[in-house]
Design a protein around this ligand. Sequence first.
Ligand code: SF4
Length: 110
Amino acid sequence: MDKKLPSFLQMMTNYAISSAKHIANGLKITTEEQYRNRLQACHECPHLNENKRCSLCGCPVENKAYRVTDYCPDTPPRWEKLTIGEEGKPISIKKSQNDPREDYNSETGY
Ligand code: SF4
């Protein structure tokens, strides 16, 4: 399996897009279990290079895996894609009257 990384420019572009989505979605992170499951898949993946970067997108997997909005670029994906709302449809986030946290979404737990 070829573990050659994308070009530097492509890696920076991919990481910038990933970061922009992460920021736009309120910096939501996975649960610890989801993070571990994603990293386990990466560590068993032939696309992981020796510098812990995904050779398909060039992103560092330890950063990539905790971002709710990020995804595995392999076909088929090797990790679960997290969706927000039923069937991945956007939902409005309403604060529960019983939940003191700001911005808490009871459907996703984030
Ligand atoms: S993100 Fe997907 S393709 Fe990339 S190293 Fe992890 S499991 Fe492999």
